[in-house]
Design a protein around this ligand. Structure first.
Ligand code: COA
Length: 160
């Protein structure tokens, strides 16, 4: 990343840009689309990377339960790929999970090897019942999901 680009919390003005970025990959079948209303509702989950004011990448850490969170909507503009931005965003989500005391983070993805490089391992989707019966069952693709579940266990921080 250049000196003028950095990870920041998303703001309301980012929501349509996040939707456009995610939609550009969703139209290729690389990830699921996100309705704008859902992005607004969950805006506080989102981190973005801006370069000279332009949004070039996003990711969200969504809390599912006291010990479980999901990295979703991780997307990097094509011309910004392979520069370490995706890994930085995923690590930032994991840092946030650690700070919150969340011990398990997962993602549903068509790019499992990207996450495996970061220490995630592949898992059976059914090991995530809160996700499957809380959200996935509403997906038009359910139960024929074409994504792979990847999980990482984080070390719990000692209580103060
Ligand atoms: C997958 C994605 C987020 C990766 O972002 P990126 O910024 O290009 O990735 P990085 O440059 O941080 O790559 C980190 C490492 O993962 C590797 N990598 C990148 N994309 C990869 C992929 N699709 N599969 C396997 N490894 C990958 C890189 O080579 C790099 O390896 P290194 O540390 O040995 O050099 C990006 O390609 C993207 O937005 N894809 C479309 C949306 C998507 O599939 N999101 C996935 C989550 S739902």
């Amino acid at each position: 990343m250049s000196e003028q680009s950095r990870i920041e919390k998303a703001t309301m003005a980012d929501a349509p840009l996040i939707q456009d970025l995610v939609s550009s990959f969703a139209s290729l079948g690389e990830m699921l689309p996100r309705p704008l209303a859902e992005i607004y509702e969950q805006l506080r989950d989102f981190l973005v990377v801006r370069d000279k004011g332009r949004l070039v990448a996003c990711a969200a850490l969504h809390i599912m339960w006291e010990d479980l969170a999901e990295i979703r909507s991780l997307a990097v503009l094509d011309e910004w790929r392979d520069k370490g931005v995706g890994a930085l965003l995923a690590e930032a989500c994991l840092d946030e999970a650690r700070a919150l005391g969340i011990v398990t983070v997962f993602a549903l993805t068509r790019q499992p090897s990207f996450f495996e490089r970061l220490g995630f391992h592949q898992a059976d989707m059914m090991a995530l019942p809160r996700k499957v019966w809380g959200e996935c069952f509403r997906c038009p693709k359910f139960p024929n999901c074409d994504e792979t579940a990847v999980i990482i266990e984080l070390k719990a921080r000692p209580r103060a």
